[in-house]
Design a protein. Structure first.
Length: 343
């Protein structure tokens, strides 16, 4: 009976159509690799199931030395840098990483849940923010697990991420300091806890500035470029334009900027825009986007360290670890436009 050989780095390079050296850089120093190349490599890893030598060692020892990392979108610019921190910490403990790409498909999520229940991974790092619904018996048998980047909405799982409230507060305080009071929040969500926390930071900043609740402009969104553009169009249709847009993430902010540019407006002279995350594209926008930077590699390292606390059967000192964000001031914010204020 023939058995298939485990995937190698050469397999990943062949499918991604890049060199082996590029695959290595994409895994270990992703900040040095173009976004499009990282995406191709991550997709090839997901297709081949490529892992480090820890898998073979696990088979020899009869126990798993692998950590399953489940993510909805491995092309998300935030994923690769968090993965660096996760993998470096895992390697330091003699463990390897398996990547599970759900593509926001509940059926794929269920398949990875079955994989975990077969004891093929020692622990779980969850990027999705949710556990599969309707499968309580399997969920109850999960190995030690940690949520990262997005708090787990329905699981009560320990979490490591950025302090979303503090980050949003820094963005709104900057806009207030520039003289803005009519600030729209783009990207509110009832299901994504990270986004709702950013909304809390927005409200806290406007509360402190004395801006009445009735004067606040809130639009929902899903964190995509298209959702930012559509939110902008809604505001133009309502004729209730703010002087500044505080966006739930950089992708949303880029959508707003694209929409404003298509209408002939100048940023920041006509409108100010802020984002959240500091993805690589943010610094290449015209103008460069003012945003909140997440310490992504540190988040990954802290999340894996917390998981190893759980694996050692010790009670962690904290079940939620929030790292401090940084305000990155670029060129998309200025004082409110006097011309538009007179409309």
């Amino acid at each position: 009976m023939s058995t298939s050989s485990p995937a190698t780095i050469e397999d990943v390079a062949r499918i991604a159509q890049v060199s082996i050296a590029t695959v290595s850089r994409a895994i270990h120093t992703p900040e040095k690799v173009a976004n499009s190349t990282r995406l191709k490599v991550n997709q090839a890893i997901a297709i081949t199931g490529y892992t480090t030598n820890a898998m073979a060692r696990s088979l020899r020892l009869g126990r798993s030395n692998m950590i399953l990392v489940v993510a909805p979108d491995i092309g998300d610019p935030n994923f690769s840098n968090i993965l660096v921190g996760l993998e470096n910490e895992a390697r330091a403990h003699g463990y390897g990483i398996l990547i599970g790409h759900t593509q926001n498909d509940p059926q794929r999520g269920l398949e990875y849940l079955k994989f975990l229940n077969s004891n093929q991974a020692a622990g779980l790092i969850l990027f999705t923010g949710i556990l599969p619904f309707g499968h309580q018996s399997m969920t109850a048998r999960l190995p030690p697990s940690v949520g990262v980047f997005e708090p787990v909405y329905n699981g009560g799982i320990p979490y490591v991420g950025v302090d979303d409230i503090e980050g949003a507060r820094k963005a709104v305080d900057l806009l207030i300091a520039e003289g803005h009071r009519k600030i729209a929040f783009i990207g509110d969500s009832r299901t994504r806890l990270a986004y709702s926390r950013r909304r809390q930071g927005y409200d806290a900043g406007l509360d402190a500035a004395g801006v009445p609740v009735g004067e606040r402009i809130i639009l929902e969104g899903d964190g995509t470029i298209e959702s930012g553009r559509l939110a902008l169009e809604q505001l133009f249709m309502r004729d209730t334009l703010p002087s500044a847009f505080m966006c739930v993430n950089d992708q949303t902010a880029i959508g707003v900027m694209i929409g404003l540019g298509a209408r002939g407006y100048d940023i920041p002279n006509d409108f100010s825009v802020t984002g959240f995350d500091d993805v690589p594209q943010a610094s290449f926008m015209t103008p460069a986007l003012t945003t909140i930077r997440q310490p992504r590699t540190a988040i990954g390292k802290s999340a894996m360290a917390l998981l190893f606390e759980l694996l050692s059967n010790s009670e962690p000192a904290e079940t939620e670890i929030l790292l401090r964000p940084d305000l990155i001031v670029r060129n998309s914010v200025s004082a409110p436009s006097r011309r538009l204020q007179k409309r």
